[in-house]
Design a protein. Structure first.
Length: 312
């Protein structure tokens, strides 16, 4: 039987800890790092954040692909991605707490008017604004999966009026569920603060557009930590300029890094972060990947199989 060989490919991840992981846990497996792939016939598994289009298709003995992220859009963007191969993503893997921290930070930043107070401090101005009880603030969470349901649950525990939107209805304590196209307008109409943590699919691409912003109550906030492809940059700028949105905290952008010419860098109502809402901080992702890899090898079902018919 040919040797098991993993091909690692990422433009953002350091391969060293992953190479060490396989050397430690699976010394029988050969670990190659793109672009030093060697003979394409040898590769049996791929561990990928992003790999040039067409490479995965060119691997005749490829058995499975493991994503180095919770999202997989950056992999399946390849028009030649071999869709018949099983694809697994990171589920939680130590990212959930960080995603929730980021979302809560954005919501609280706007809710407690911290942007105004920071400007006042810069002007040495002592001025109090009226407080708003969280029960009088409605927050809508788009995407109620691993991350969204935790965000919604924690926001509800702080006393916010929380709704969630997903493809299928959800039951989360203290959270009103809206589902599908049918529930979308009602969900938006009650989302003074909108948190986006959807995956990027054909259905969700460009969803943060004027059409959506027009359906919000107006004068509220956006906290966007899903994927850059959700955001129509010109539309969010227009919404901020007209006050349809008072504030937008954004972690992901259609082009990353955000180009120097983007007006979002300096927009007074925008808060830009460089795709850091969640980053691998411990070995949780490594543990999950090696466990998944071993399960797959034993013929057991790994966690996080992606359903390409729905795109996530
Ligand atoms: P997940 O568990 O698969 O959850 C996805 C959620 O989105 C589900 O609730 C799903 O509905 C809903 N959804 C998908 N398509 C929809 C549609 N067309 N209409 C309505 N709802 C839809 O994913 P996750 O693990 O929470 O991750 C979510 C995303 O976070 C990732 O895909 C990635 O893009 C992003 N992310 C960002 C960062 C960052 O640093 N900014 C880090 C990690 C991940 P159902 O529940 O009905 O299936
Ligand atoms: C990061 O963005 C991920 O998908 O894990």
């Amino acid at each position: 039987m040919p040797k098991t060989t993993v091909l690692f490919a990422s433009n953002i991840d350091d391969p060293a800890p992953w190479k060490a992981l396989f050397a430690r846990e699976r010394p029988d497996v050969e670990f190659r790092i793109w672009p030093e792939m060697g003979d394409a016939n040898d590769i049996t598994h791929a561990l990928v954040w992003r790999i040039p289009n067409g490479v995965l298709k060119s691997l005749p003995n490829l058995r499975a692909v493991f994503s180095l992220g919770a999202g997989i859009d950056q992999i399946v963007v390849d028009p030649d991605f071999p869709r018949e191969k099983p694809l697994f993503r990171l589920v939680d893997a130590g990212l959930r707490e960080q995603m929730t921290e980021y979302a809560l930070y954005g919501v609280l930043h706007w809710h407690r008017r911290m942007r105004d107070y920071a400007a006042q401090q810069a002007a040495q101005q002592w001025k109090m604004h009226p407080a708003v009880h969280p029960s009088k603030r409605s927050v809508g969470v788009m995407g109620m999966g691993v991350f969204g349901s935790d965000i919604a649950c924690k926001l509800a525990s702080l006393g916010f009026e929380v709704s969630g939107w997903s493809r299928t209805p959800k039951s989360v304590d203290g959270v009103t569920s809206f589902a599908g196209e049918k529930g979308f307008s009602s969900f938006l109409a009650r989302s003074e603060i909108l948190v986006n943590v959807l995956p990027l699919t054909d259905e969700t691409r460009g969803i943060l557009s004027t059409r959506l912003f027009d359906q919000l109550p107006g004068g509220g906030a956006l906290v966007h930590l899903g994927r850059g492809g959700h955001l129509v940059e010109a539309d969010v700028i227009a919404a901020l300029d007209t006050g349809k949105l008072d504030f937008a905290m954004m972690d992901v952008f259609p082009t990353e890094p955000l180009p120097a010419v983007s007006p979002l860098w300096t927009h007074p109502r925008a808060f830009v972060t460089p795709h850091i809402a969640a980053q691998p901080v411990d070995d949780a992702a490594e543990k999950l990947v090696i466990e998944n890899f071993n399960r797959f090898e034993r013929g057991e079902e790994p966690v996080g199989r992606v359903d390409l018919s729905v795109g996530y």
